[in-house]
Design a protein around this ligand. Structure first.
Ligand SMILES: Cc1ncc(C[n+]2csc(CCOP(=O)(O)OP(=O)(O)O)c2C)c(N)n1
Length: 331
């Protein structure tokens, strides 16, 4: 994993700022959600991807609206990077009628067909076969779409991943498997749940190309994602990307994190993907910090507006619970 310089990988100033903007949207949305949760405003469970933003931003920058993604319980970042709307997402976290799933599902089941978000998924590994299904549909449609499965290292030993790698390679499906390797499955470190933590080794067993990247470096992630999506679009089949990254927060908000030392978390924050990218923007593209501060302020306003809009919506109506579950008239 060598450091990637943005100017060497075809990232111009505009795209570089866009990548920053995406990461900042994720960071701001999740920081705000964490605060709201701590204040008791959000029901249920939330899992934050703070520290992992470069994976979502880098991969989704290689995708179009027509491409598909599936994600996990830790999926806010992927949904935001794929074009999910902040207002509907925040409203879903609040359990409001104006949320993506009418406020009935919360954080872990966000979906938006209009931008190819086939769904977040609370079942570890559960989104992977859906992405392979998306890849199969894309292959049949013949429109050059790609389907991406985001999953964590906790899904690596799940049988479903292996079945999916096999089928995707066998059928040469346009799928990109993206493992966000953050070193933990809930409270369990990979050393205690994976016999082989080199996730790229799995792909070799199925004859699939694979690449391991620094998941805190958005240019490195984008470069790997561009290669994988180009391969998929050309009909040359799937790729596995292993993005090594860091989960700064607990498994869920409220997790006291007794299983790891404070210093480990501090060390992670020293590899902040946003700070790194701000440095690149300045050094390689001459973007002054004040310009990025303005980006931050604008995004804080956007997230603030999403919160206000969600607060003003009615709570999810229990009377309509079976709506969208059965076809009208079938009850
Ligand atoms: C099939 C299944 N088994 C167990 C769980 C409980 N569970 C929820 S998240 C999680 C760990 C997931 O770890 P990982 O896939 O690495 O994702 P991360 O939380 O690190 O993003 C587990 C075991 C579940 N939701 N589904």
């Amino acid at each position: 994993m060598t450091a990637v310089r943005s100017q060497d990988v075809g990232v111009d100033r505009e795209l570089a700022i866009d990548l920053y903007r995406t990461m900042r949207r994720i960071r701001q949305f999740e920081t705000t959600a964490g605060e709201l949760f701590a204040a008791g405003e959000l029901p249920g469970f939330i899992h934050l991807s703070i520290g992992q933003e470069a994976v979502a931003a880098g991969v989704c920058a290689a995708l179009d609206d027509a491409d598909y993604i599936t994600t996990t319980h830790r999926g806010h970042g992927h949904c935001i990077a794929k074009g999910g709307r902040l207002r509907e997402m925040m409203a879903e976290l609040y359990g409001r009628e104006g949320g993506y799933a009418l406020g009935r599902s919360g954080s872990m089941h966000i979906a938006d067909n209009t931008v190819g978000i086939l769904g977040a998924n609370a079942i570890v590994g559960g989104g992977i076969p859906m992405a392979v299904g998306g890849g199969y549909a894309a292959q049949l449609a013949g429109r050059g779409q790609v389907s991406v499965a985001f999953f964590g290292d906790g899904a690596v030993a799940e049988g479903v991943l292996h079945e999916c790698l096999n089928l995707a390679e066998l059928w040469q499906l346009p799928v990109v498997f993206v493992c966000e390797h953050n070193g933990y499955a809930e409270m369990t470190p990979v050393s205690k749940h994976l016999a082989n933590a080199e996730v790229t080794d799995l792909a070799a067993a199925y004859g699939m190309p694979a690449e391991k990247v620094d998941g805190n470096d958005v240019a490195a992630v984008l470069t790997a994602a561009r290669a994988a999506t180009a391969r998929a679009r050309s009909g040359a089949g799937p790729t596995l990307i292993e993005a090594r990254t860091t989960r700064w927060r607990g498994h869920f908000e409220g997790d006291p994190q007794k299983y790891r030392a404070r210093e480990e978390i501090t060390a992670m924050t020293e590899r902040d993907p946003l700070t790194h990218w701000r440095d690149v923007l300045h050094a390689a593209h001459g973007v002054p910090p004040a310009e990025l501060d303005q980006v931050d302020a604008d995004i804080a306003d956007l997230v603030g507006a999403a919160v206000e809009a969600a607060r003003a919506m009615p709570l999810s109506d229990p009377g309509g619970l079976s709506r969208h579950v059965y076809p009208e008239g079938a009850r």
